[in-house]
Ligand binder design. Structure first.
Ligand code: ATP
Length: 600
């Protein structure tokens, strides 16, 4: 599709949006632009009449006081009203901008909920997302540039009408001015757009280094390893790369702008000499002479403003395309089949490969979970345990490989409903800088004020005892970001997160290394309590500690993306395979570290 067609499409999208958001603001901006477009003609016409009245008064016996005063007042009024119109337009634009940001950005963020989670792990998607967020601003900019074009066109046409009435040669002048400037500005507009696309990625890298240097989570490790200078250098390098490109382009653009201004300068000298010649020959009055000089001067401002607005118009229309294509390109249709209770989840020959990987991360997984069944997944780092849980939780695309309730394919069901029936705790769970009660209840916000239930699950993980000692108990803000916040230890945060997963009371519970930060005794107690508490639910938990895995009905040992061994603790020991070796190794370590005691 060519640029002009694309730009019209973008313009229609933007105007429709603006019309729905605030039609009065849109009409007010357009109206004031039309009025402002007529100001240059009105000014030079008033000037011509003022000077001619003066000249007639000076050369004759009668002084036209009334006419002179009217023209003077009218000129001052034009200046005042154009100032007022400009200011009012600016305010209306600010109001529109606020409404746009709220509505359009809100729609983008809401639309992003339809984008599969998998896309958010992709850097190409991340770049496009950021570009779409800036594209959202471009909608109003596009409207602004289109109304500026309207204003400049009205000024240009009306001034030209006046000048061509004086001499048709001014028509040729216009042609010489407008064509090269328009081509130059549009070319640079396109280049600016392309550069902005490239800079988004570099900007993200720059932002990443900056965030490492300012976030308290990352700073402590940086400081301990004296890494701050290293990352400051990396940030500087990206910052410079980013800004050098921008400056290079500015310089290139300025060179052409200087050239175009030389053309403008030449045109002014040429037309000035020409009207002087006509005036000396008595063909023009002093009023017309001055008005023409003023008119050409105004034209010199109007032409670049028109060509610049045209270039911006095309540039913004490309950004709007980026924005408006973004959600449709990534959004996925939700399933339509209702699921109000999950009774079984079954993986059949489940394989999954990340986009940037060359081989599947998990393969040929056959796995069935039903309520009441407790499964522990163990295995070396990178074996694919987390990936398996994410697939079962519906975060990755696994059409035809996972069946729910023995009859529904996972892709067919309404995703929100499925997710609502699962309680999931990830390794990198969120630590909300909210009060303790909200931290626990945020898995089911409808029950945010169910204090009894909050306390029940806090007791289950043992965090209740600690929260009870705090001054404001469950109302204490956790974390250190806000004033009065109470920071927790890693293990305490984990207990809060487990309480949150339990609070949801989903049909199935997935826990990815839920107790990795707890001391062995607490870990054993928490998992034992948890399994007792959720006897009627299906539970899958990932762990590296075998005494905790042993609490499950079935232990699944994963390696290289596959299930290597599975069964009860005794069955696996009898196999005398990898589990047997792992068990003996951990037993030996525990015996040494705990003087022979084994918790369990
Ligand atoms: N988002 C991702 N994109 C690409 N590859 C990924 C992604 N997440 C994980 N992987 C890769 O998939 C493999 C399995 O990772 P996974 O997190 O499932 O392992 P795990 O068994 O849970 O490991 P651990 O015990 O260390 O948590 C790893 O090689 C990892 O690099």
């Amino acid at each position: 599709m060519n640029l002009a067609k694309k730009s019209i499409q973008s313009l229609v999208i933007s105007y429709k949006y603006a019309w729905n958001i605030s039609k009065w603001s849109l009409m007010a901006v357009s109206f004031s632009r039309v009025i402002l477009g007529l100001v240059p003609l009105l000014s030079i016409w008033l000037l011509e009449n003022l000077l001619d009245s003066m000249a007639t008064s000076l050369s004759g016996d009668k002084v036209f006081y009334v006419a002179i005063i009217i023209y003077l007042v009218a000129m001052a009024s034009v200046t005042f009203f154009s100032f007022a119109f400009n200011k009012i337009t600016e305010i209306i634009k600010k109001i529109l901008q606020y409404k746009f940001d709220l509505d359009v950005k809100g729609n983008l963020l809401t639309g992003a909920q339809k984008v599969p989670y998998m896309e958010f792990e992709d850097s190409v998607f991340q770049n496009r997302f950021i570009r779409a967020l800036t594209g959202q601003k471009s909608m109003l900019n596009l409207i602004d540039s289109s109304t500026s074009i309207l204003q400049a066109l009205i000024s240009l046409m009306s001034l030209m009408w006046y000048l061509v009435n004086v001499s048709y040669l001014f028509g040729i002048l216009l042609f010489i001015l407008v064509i090269p400037l328009t081509v130059l500005d549009i070319t640079y507009g396109k280049q600016r757009f392309n550069l902005s696309r490239i800079l988004v990625e570099k900007g993200r890298e720059e932002g990443y280094y900056e965030s490492l240097l300012v976030s308290r989570e990352s700073l402590k490790e940086l400081r301990m390893n004296n890494l701050e200078p290293f990352f400051v250098d990396k940030w500087k390098q990206k910052f410079q790369e980013n800004h050098k490109e921008k400056i290079k382009q500015e310089i290139k653009q300025t060179k052409w702008l200087v050239l175009s201004n030389i053309i403008l300068w030449g045109s002014f000298i040429g037309s000035g000499s020409y009207v002087l010649f006509l005036t000396v020959r008595g063909q023009l009055t002093i009023g017309v002479f001055t008005a023409v000089i003023q008119g050409v001067q105004k034209l010199q401002g109007v032409v670049p403003s028109l060509t610049n607005s045209l270039a911006r118009y095309f540039e913004y229309s490309l950004h709007v395309q980026d924005y408006s294509n973004f959600i449709p390109a990534y959004a996925k249709e939700n399933g339509t089949k209702s699921i109000n209770k999950v009774e079984s989840i079954e993986a059949r020959d489940l394989s999954f490969q990340y986009r940037n990987q060359t081989i599947p991360t998990i393969k040929n997984i056959n796995f069935r979970i039903t309520p009441e069944k407790k499964i522990a997944i163990i295995g070396e780092n990178g074996a694919g345990k987390t990936t398996l849980v994410k697939c079962l939780a519906g975060l990755y695309e696994t059409t035809d490989m996972i069946t729910l309730n023995d009859s529904l394919d996972i892709s067919e069901v309404v995703q929100n409903q499925y997710r609502a029936r699962l309680s999931v705790l990830f390794q990198d769970f969120n630590k909300y800088e909210l009060d303790a009660a909200s931290n626990i209840a945020s898995s089911n916000i409808e029950q945010l004020s169910n204090d009894e239930k909050i306390e029940k699950y806090a007791k289950c993980t043992g965090i209740h005892t600690y929260l009870n000692t705090l001054k404001a108990r469950y109302s204490t803000t956790l974390g250190r970001l806000f004033k009065g916040g109470q920071e927790l230890s890693g293990g305490q945060w984990q207990k809060v997160a487990i309480s949150r997963a339990l609070f949801k009371e989903g049909d199935f519970i997935f826990l990815d290394e839920p107790t990795s930060a707890l001391d062995p005794e607490s870990e054993f107690k928490v998992i034992k309590n948890l399994l007792k508490e959720v006897q009627d639910k299906g539970v899958v938990y990932i762990t590296h500690r075998l005494n905790v895995a042993m609490l499950a009905d079935e232990i699944v040992l994963m390696g290289e993306g596959e299930i290597k061994e599975r069964g009860t603790h005794e069955e696996l020991l009898n196999l005398k395979g990898s589990y047997f070796e792992l068990y003996n190794m951990q037993m030996k370590q525990m015996t040494i570290s705990r003087g022979g005691a084994f918790i369990g």
